[in-house]
Design a binder for this molecule. Structure first.
Ligand SMILES: *Cc1c(COP(=O)(O)O)cnc(C)c1O
Length: 400
């Protein structure tokens, strides 16, 4: 693939050019759709007409967004003749729960890595077991330990991972994990929120299902909450994922789909600048005496730098770094001016947060320590401002 072709798909795939000649995909702000007569109803019911009946089941703007996202996540697969589809949800968590409930039923088992997005952690640890789905964790999904766990839990139907993981930035080898999962008749689900399809396409590396919080880089502007499930397993999508949105009802609004679609068009362009800025900020932090560690896949010192180069096209714009302790973290976070103290990520502007007391405060302190979330850990979502301005703000905030 070339970057140009990918950018072209981001702008043109899925777009609707309607009968009125609207240049930009319109917002179909309607809950129901009309039929001219019973012949139209019959054409809809038989699937002959590609029409809509009610916006929980489908809405044209949602279809446009789903087609664009599928075109990007499956960019090379589609060029090789494979079909890829997506379903858009009202939040990342709606998408993630739909994917997990779509591949695992009562009596089945799910294996996940130990570092997960906070709410996904809760879903896996607390909610799935309430519905009879067993769950267990394997740190980093390390190959030998994963194989042992799959053998110990032969009813495993899904292996679930995030890479880079939130908030420690640790990576998991997608291709190797897919191979192990498939050898044990389990599907691999990958949360691709941090990397986005502009930097990493898990389906091409062997994953069965990709999930997203589109709230982050895909929407890109911090205006919506949304999610998506993408897969080349069309039967799974049709029989398991589509029913999740239809019957559990985590439906996004037409306006949110429209904003997300607009954001997705500039994803390739934004990610280029996000990554370039992050590299400059990471290099600055790595040299600063007040910073004890920097976790960024693009640094040669990052333990999994080679894996990052192998499975990602660039290194993303999420950086975790450590200062001495809670007091040093507090000082830094009270002093930043350009960087905004807030959770979430992937916005145009730089966001900074303290995982131990914000995004990961619900994780048990002992587990936090085990998985590397120290009290001095800071998570930075590097934005699109001038890199020198971000560096200057961190420099003034880090002075003793
Ligand atoms: C934000 C996020 C989620 C949850 O998405 P929502 O849109 O907030 O429901 C899941 N995974 C990752 C990696 C996230 O950053």
């Amino acid at each position: 693939m070339t970057k140009q072709q990918f950018s072209t798909a981001a702008i043109h795939a899925g777009e609707i050019h309607d009968a009125q000649g609207a240049h930009v995909t319109p917002i179909y702000q309607t809950s129901t759709f009309t039929f001219t007569d019973m012949a139209a109803v019959e054409a809809y019911a038989s699937g002959e007409a590609n029409s809509y009946i009610y916006s929980r089941g489908g809405n044209p703007g949602r279809t446009a967004l789903a087609e664009k996202l599928a075109a990007l996540e499956g960019f090379n697969l589609i060029q090789q003749g494979e079909a890829v589809t997506a379903e858009i949800f009202s939040s990342g968590m709606a998408a993630i729960s739909a994917a997990l409930l779509g591949v695992a039923q009562a009596g089945d088992h799910v294996i996940a890595q130990s570092v997960l997005y906070g709410s996904t952690d809760h879903l896996v640890a607390e909610l799935l077991p309430q519905y009879g789905i067993g769950t267990s964790r394997v740190p980093g999904l390390a190959a030998e330990a994963l194989i042992r766990e799959l053998e110990a839990q032969p009813n495993t139907t899904a292996v679930y991972l995030e890479t880079p993981a939130n908030p420690t930035m640790s990576l998991v080898d997608i291709a190797a994990t897919a191979e192990i999962a498939h050898a044990h008749n389990a599907r691999l689900i990958v949360d691709n929120t941090f990397a986005t399809p502009a930097l990493q396409r898990p389906l091409e590396l062997g994953a069965d299902v990709v999930v997203h919080s589109t709230t982050k880089y895909i929407g890109g502007h911090g205006t919506i909450i949304g999610g998506a499930v993408v897969s080349h397993d069309l039967t799974l999508m049709e029989e398991k994922i589509v029913p999740m949105i239809r019957y559990l009802g985590g439906v996004p609004s037409p306006f949110d789909c429209w904003l997300t679609n607009l954001g997705l068009k500039t994803l390739p362009l934004r990610m280029e600048r996000h990554c370039a800025n992050a590299m400059q900020v990471a290099r600055f932090l790595a040299e600063h005496e007040g910073v004890t560690a920097v976790h960024y896949p693009g640094l040669e010192s990052f333990p999994q730098h080679d894996l990052a180069k192998r499975q990602m096209d660039d290194f993303g714009a999420m950086i975790a770094f450590e200062v001495a302790d809670y007091e040093a973290a507090t000082r830094l976070l009270n002093r930043v001016q350009l960087c905004t103290l807030a959770v979430s990520l992937g916005n145009l502007d730089t966001l900074i947060e303290h995982p131990a007391s914000m995004t990961h405060s619900s994780v048990d302190p002992e587990i936090r320590r085990q998985i590397g979330i120290s009290d001095g850990l800071i998570r930075l979502s590097v934005g699109l401002e001038a890199a020198e301005d971000i560096v200057a703000d961190l420099a003034q905030a880090l002075t003793m």
